[in-house]
Design a protein around this ligand. Structure first.
Ligand SMILES: Nc1ncnc2c1ncn2[C@@H]1O[C@H](COP(=O)(O)OP(=O)(O)OP(=O)(O)O)[C@@H](O)[C@H]1O
Length: 238
């Protein structure tokens, strides 16, 4: 479970997230939505210990990321911009992460297989397509067979087959009682994958609840999103 409480982070005195609170529950996929600059990546970075909050807490299984004993075994993450070394082979990228987290080598081959990358595992990452890189990032997130998955725009660059793979993977993950937090700009895709939705705008939570409750009265998640965010982006950017 993920519990975010009154989370606040300021950059140069300006809040990027301002008292954000929500829960992502076990056995459910939680979609994390918001316009550009709304504070999604900042929230995820704070959750994953890549930045320190000015106020509030972001807990994974009741602990802050930096207090986790085996972080990769507890939470697997795919974040924008955290790419592999281009000259490294796909299999070596995963093997290096596995080794540094005491994850058995056989798990590398399991996740390569899961991600449909077994045939290209020996190729250097610089020769990978965008979709193959994305699959490698998701494979890395799965390495520790974690209780919690946190994915920032996981279907970015994936073809329809890849998108369906991610959807089924996340649904299966949640069905096994684990927790998935999924940030996305794609409303239809989120509506087809998520059980619960958190909408953030201007650094604050605009709505949080089951997908059908959020969409109720709007016809679609997309219409609900526009009604809730009203074109708001970064704080002050109405
Ligand atoms: N390191 C930083 N230094 C200064 N400002 C930052 C920093 N990181 C984020 N911000 C600002 O905080 C606000 C929220 O940004 P954030 O990247 O969290 O939004 P986002 O919802 O992930 O947007 P997008 O959908 O475009 O990825 C923006 O105004 C952004 O400019």
């Amino acid at each position: 479970m993920i519990e975010v409480t009154r989370l606040t982070k300021r950059y140069g005195g300006k809040p990027a997230v301002d008292g954000v609170g929500f829960t992502a529950r076990q056995g459910r996929v939680t979609g994390f939505l918001g316009p550009n600059g709304a504070g999604k990546s900042t929230t995820l970075r704070l959750l994953l210990g890549l930045d320190r909050p000015d106020d509030g807490t972001a807990l994974i299984g009741g602990r802050r990321y930096r207090d986790l004993r085996h972080p990769l075994r507890t939470v697997g993450a795919l974040l924008d911009g955290a790419g592999p070394v281009p000259g490294r082979r796909g299999v070596d990228h995963l093997a290096w992460i596995a080794q540094s987290n005491r994850i058995p080598r056989r798990r590398v081959h399991e996740v390569l297989d899961l991600a449909g990358l077994s045939d290209v595992a020996g190729r250097r990452v610089k020769g990978y397509s965008l979709g193959m890189r994305q699959r490698l990032g998701i494979a890395a997130a799965l390495l520790g067979d974690p209780e919690v998955l946190v994915l920032d725009e996981p279907v970015n660059g994936l073809d329809p087959d890849g998108i369906r793979w991610v959807r089924n993977l996340l649904r299966g993950y949640a069905a096994s009682g684990r927790t998935v937090l999924l940030s996305s700009h794609l409303m239809a895709e989120t509506a087809g994958t998520a059980d619960d939705v958190v909408v953030i705008a201007g650094g604050r939570v605009a709505a949080h609840g089951p997908l059908d409750e959020i969409s109720a009265g709007h016809g679609s998640l997309e219409s609900a999103f526009f009604a809730l965010t009203g074109g708001r982006g970064a704080l002050g950017g109405w």
